[in-house]
Ligand binder design. Structure first.
Ligand code: B1M
Length: 214
């Protein structure tokens, strides 16, 4: 039963059908299916397929845009359910954003939601944010964690700039930096002297907890 819903969710993203995706997300909640599994085994699988079709030249930019739209409307339905078990005590404050030159926000927002649902106080500064904005947000919110998301091989370099900007502003020893995004790896995290790396939103929560406990 759930498997079928996951398949349909995935297909709605591949076909670029926001209305269908939204209706299916409502069904997920109505049938008591786990929202996170629906995201990971449904929507995300569809989005990955859209990416493959784009990379192979079968899909064009409008297909990416409408696929992302379908995923976003379904997420808007599912994300409040992820927050349902939110803890009261704040584990730590975290600033999260997508780096300069990069407009991809779906994964970053999912990570932000999962962190918030697991007791972190999250300041999401949005997409296309220069290093200076990350630094300013850390100063303003007195956060002890910074999460940077990059989806393009060309924008990954900005993650390094953010680590450097934190060093230059004298904040580096007060914050832990987590990096993530499709092209980002543990090796890249080590190369740019970030403190942590996470492959997905669940791993990001684990990594954030580990760093706070250090
Ligand atoms: Co873009 N895009 N895109 N795109 N897009 C990719 C990334 C690409 C791999 C597609 C492909 O060619 N196969 C490719 C990058 C190639 C490369 O650099 N190697 C690409 C390209 C080329 C582009 C453009 C340049 C296309 C063009 O204009 N010709 C352009 C760039 C725009 C820009 O940013 N300046 C572009 C534009 C777009 C849209 C705007 C149309 C749209 C984004 C809409 C939006 O976000 N609002 C889009 C989309 C949807 C994608 C794909 C298909 C899907 C991304 C996504 O949302 N995935 C993507 C292909 C792919 O990734 N398979 C692609 C679902 C999401 C849940 O996963 O974002 O990976 P993800 O997040 C995961 C993990 O990565 C991790 O956890 C998340 C949850 O599990 N994670 C973190 C992410 N951030 C983290 C932070 C952490 C920890 C973990 O700690 C802080």
């Amino acid at each position: 039963m759930s498997e079928e819903l996951f398949k349909k969710l995935s297909q709605a993203v591949i076909d670029g059908e926001p209305e269908e995706a939204e209706e299916l997300a409502i069904k997920v909640l109505a049938q008591g299916v786990d929202p996170l599994t629906s995201i990971n085994q449904g929507l995300k699988v569809g989005m990955e397929r859209v990416g493959e079709l784009f990379a192979s030249g079968e899909y064009y930019l409008p297909d990416l845009i409408i696929g992302a739209e379908a995923m976003k409307v379904a997420l808007a339905v599912l994300e409040p359910a992820l927050m349902a078990g939110q803890q009261r005590d704040v584990i730590a404050r975290v600033v999260i954003g997508t780096v300069e030159g990069d407009l991809h926000d779906i994964g970053k927002t999912l990570v932000a939601t999962m962190l918030a649902a697991n007791g972190f106080q999250v300041t999401d500064i949005g997409v296309d944010q220069p290093a200076s904005e990350f630094v300013a947000a850390v100063e303003e919110t007195k956060s002890t964690l910074v999460g940077t998301s990059a989806l393009l091989t060309t924008t990954m370099l900005q993650q390094k700039k953010i680590v450097e900007a934190l060093e230059e502003s004298g904040l580096r020893d007060k914050v832990k930096v987590i990096v993530g995004g499709a092209p980002v790896t543990q090796a890249w995290a080590e190369e740019i002297k970030a403190d942590g790396f996470a492959e997905d939103a669940i791993a990001a929560v684990e990594e954030a907890k580990r760093l706070v406990a250090e």
